[in-house]
Design a binder for this molecule. Structure first.
Ligand code: GLN
Length: 271
């Protein structure tokens, strides 16, 4: 599909993906840093390199997310390893990290529920080495990736395999943060784009979209310090429902915050 002898410079134009993706896959296939696209633009690909690049481009044409193809995605300025066992970190999720950081006291304790790639926990622990960060997930495969991400980013995080609060014991947290599965069963987005390749258990609760959020809200008072914050990422149309659940569970200062797209993306309250 890609001819040996084509140059790096020419392929940036000629590959069938969008320009940014062309460059990402060229660098990945050849093991080159971005700057080589300029400094080595006249370099011609060997037959082996052309075949390798062709296979990567075909995977992308078949719909596989670019982050899974290269095995990495940047989040909160840090590189995260990703694979089909974990959701690809979204820029929108940086909002809950910022809200958690603003509310975490010096030497405070944070719990990330359903950590997946470890994005929230690792971003917080990396920014705040004084904090004590715990992250749990029900998936052993996700925890393996999250542990690798903590190690690679020099972040100190305690990991725990747990079905929501099930395996927690004997400690309370100043902040509980979660980006749980919140897409309702049968939502058409699950059959579109990157979501088709992501783990269903990280995206949907296989119910009305609120069932994981309900479990987390119901259990949180037993695991929060007095005055502690619960922060939850949710879907574009769930803010009102999540605020109502928080208020009904006795949380104070219940509010929602908007993401970069102007959508109410995180809601929270204080015990
Ligand atoms: N924000 C993701 C999406 O809509 C879903 C993430 C989640 O379910 N926690 O693509």
């Amino acid at each position: 599909m890609i001819a040996a002898g084509a140059t790096i410079g020419r392929l940036q134009q000629a590959l069938p993906l969008d320009p940014l993706e062309n460059r990402i896959l060229l660098c990945h296939a050849l093991g080159l840093p971005r700057v080589a696209l300029i400094t080595q633009s006249e370099r011609a690909l060997t037959a082996e390199e052309a075949a390798r690049l062709g296979a990567l481009v075909q995977r992308r044409l078949d719909g596989e997310p670019i982050a899974y193809i290269v095995g990495e995605r940047e989040f909160f300025g840090l590189p995260f390893r990703v694979g089909p066992a974990v959701l690809i970190p979204r820029p929108d999720t940086e909002l809950i990290v910022e809200l958690a950081l603003e509310r975490l006291a010096p030497q405070g304790r944070l719990l990330d529920m359903g950590t997946g790639s470890g994005a929230i926990a690792v971003a917080v622990a990396h920014t705040r080495p004084d904090a004590s960060v715990t992250a749990l997930d029900v998936s052993e495969d996700a925890l393996a990736i999250a542990r690798a991400n903590a190690a690679a980013n020099g972040a100190r995080v305690d990991f725990l395999r747990s079905d929501w609060y099930g395996a927690l014991a004997g400690e309370r947290f100043g902040v509980i943060a979660s980006n749980p599965p919140y897409i309702a069963a049968g939502d058409r987005h699950l059959a579109e784009g990157d979501l088709r390749f992501e783990p269903a258990g990280a995206l949907t609760d296989h119910a009305d979209g609120l069932s994981a959020l309900r479990i987390i809200i119901d259990g949180a008072p037993a695991w929060l310090e007095p005055g502690g914050w619960l922060l939850l990422e949710h879907g574009y149309d769930q803010a009102e429902a999540v605020r109502a659940l928080l208020a009904a569970r006795g949380f104070a200062g219940v509010q929602s915050w908007r993401d970069l797209g102007g959508i109410e993306r995180v809601s929270g309250g204080r015990l």
